[in-house]
Design a protein around this ligand. Structure first.
Ligand code: GLY
Length: 354
C-alpha cells in the first residue's frame, strides 16, 4: 500500500480504525474486501480523486455504483436519501455490500444516514475530503439529514467500518474551508490536548504539522466517542463553543461557516468561565490570541437577545436551562448549566471590539 499512515482505533460496540495518511484509493479497496457492490455516494469535488477510487474498486472486481448528490447541506435532504435508496434498490444492494461516503461533513452525514437505514444498516466507509470531515463529522458514528424543523433532527448512530483520511486531499481545499476545520482541531486542544495548542501557536496555519494535528484531534474524538457513542455523557464535551456557535450559524442564515462560528463560541465560553470564576485570565486570553492568530473570527455583530433566542431552541438545551461546555483549565471541560443572563451578558460584552 502506498504512503505512510497512522491508525487510530475507535472502540465501543462496533470498533473500527481511522487511518490518517496518503493512498486513499488503495485503502478503500482493502476496506471494501468481501463486498460485491460498492456504492460511492459523493459530492462534486474532488473529482479526480473520486475517479481514481472508482477505477481501483472496479479493477478489484467490485460492481461500483456512483451516486452524485448535491454539495453541502442541500444534500442532507430526505429526497436525496430517497434517490440513494432507489439506486441501491435498482442494483439489488445487499447487507454484504458497502457504501463509501466521499465528501465533506455534510456528505458523510448523508451517506451515513443512507447506510444506517438501507436494510436496517449496511457497511459504511467514510472518506472525508475536508479537514472538518476528517477530525469531526466522519468519525464517531453520528449520521443525519435535515428536516423542516431543523438541522440534524433525523438520524441514527451508525459507526462506519473504516474511516480513511487522505491528507493529500487537503492540498486543494479552499483556504477558508481549511481554516474552518482547524477550529475543530483547536477545540480538541482546548478540551483535551495542550500539545495541539503549542503546535498551532508555533504555526497558526496548521500546515507545518498538519499530520500530527489531524492525528491528535482524531485521537481526542476517538477517545471520547469510544466511551460514549450515543451522546449521553462525556461526548457533550465535543460541543465546546457550539452552544453560541450554532446560534451564530443560525442567525447568520448559515453564511458564517461552522468552524468560524464555534471559534467565536469558544472565545465566548472562555469568557463565561472566567466571569464565573472557573478559568484564569491567562487561559481566557489564550483563546482569543490563538484563534485570532489562526485567522478565525472572535466576535459576531448580532444583538445578544437574538442569539439567546436561538440558543434556547437549540436541541442541546435541556428544558429551559441553557447548557455550555466550559473549561476549569486547559484540558478540563465541564458543563455550566443555566448561567444567569448577567453572566452571559458580561461574557458576550467582552467579545465586542473595543
Ligand atoms: N460533533 C460532535 C459529536 O460528534 O458529538
Amino acid at each position: 500500500m502506498s504512503g505512510s499512515a497512522t491508525t487510530i482505533e475507535v472502540g465501543g460496540p462496533a470498533p473500527y480504525a481511522v487511518t490518517v495518511g496518503s493512498g486513499a484509493a488503495e485503502r478503500v479497496v482493502a476496506a471494501a474486501q468481501g463486498a460485491l457492490r460498492v456504492a460511492i455516494i459523493h459530492a462534486s469535488q474532488p473529482a479526480q480523486a473520486r475517479d481514481r477510487i472508482h477505477a481501483q474498486l472496479t479493477a478489484a472486481g467490485h460492481e461500483v455504483l456512483a451516486v452524485a448528490v448535491p454539495d453541502g447541506e442541500a444534500g442532507k435532504h430526505l429526497d436525496v436519501a430517497r434517490r440513494c435508496w432507489d439506486v441501491l434498490g435498482e442494483h439489488g444492494f445487499t447487507r454484504s455490500d458497502v457504501i463509501v461516503g466521499f465528501g465533506g461533513g455534510a456528505l458523510t452525514d448523508l451517506a451515513g444516514f443512507v447506510a444506517a437505514t438501507w436494510l436496517r444498516g449496511v457497511g459504511l466507509i467514510n472518506l472525508p475530503t475536508t479537514l472538518l470531515g476528517m477530525v469531526d463529522a466522519a468519525v464517531g458514528g453520528k449520521t443525519a439529514i435535515n428536516v423542516a424543523a431543523g438541522k440534524n433532527l433525523v438520524g441514527a448512530f451508525h459507526p462506519p467500518i473504516a474511516v480513511i483520511a487522505d491528507l493529500g486531499l487537503l492540498d486543494t481545499l479552499p483556504e477558508a474551508e481549511y481554516r474552518s476545520g482547524l477550529a475543530e482541531v483547536v477545540k480538541c486542544g482546548f478540551i483535551a490536548d495542550p500539545v495541539i495548542l503549542a503546535l498551532l501557536a508555533a504555526d497558526p496555519t496548521g500546515r507545518a504539522s498538519q499530520a500530527e494535528l489531524v492525528v491528535r484531534a482524531v485521537r481526542v474524538k476517538a477517545e471520547v466517542v469510544s466511551e460514549d457513542l450515543t451522546d449521553t455523557g462525556r461526548r457533550e464535551m465535543l460541543n465546546y463553543g457550539h452552544t453560541l456557535g450554532h446560534a451564530i450559524e443560525s442567525v447568520s442564515g448559515y453564511s458564517v461557516r461552522h468552524g468560524e462560528a464555534i471559534a467565536i463560541g469558544m472565545v465566548f465560553a472562555a469568557q463565561l468561565a472566567r466571569h464565573g470564576g472557573l478559568l484564569d485570565r491567562a487561559s481566557t486570553d489564550r483563546h482569543r490570541e490563538l484563534i485570532s492568530a489562526m485567522g478565525l473570527p472572535v466576535s459576531y455583530p448580532a444583538p445578544l437577545a437574538d442569539l439567546l433566542a436561538r440558543m434556547r431552541v437549540d436541541k442541546k438545551a435541556r428544558g429551559a436551562a441553557l447548557r455550555f461546555v466550559v473549561l476549569e483549565g486547559i484540558g478540563r471541560p465541564r458543563i455550566l448549566e443555566g448561567p444567569g443572563e448577567e453572566l452571559i451578558e458580561a461574557a458576550y460584552n467582552d467579545l465586542l471590539p473595543t
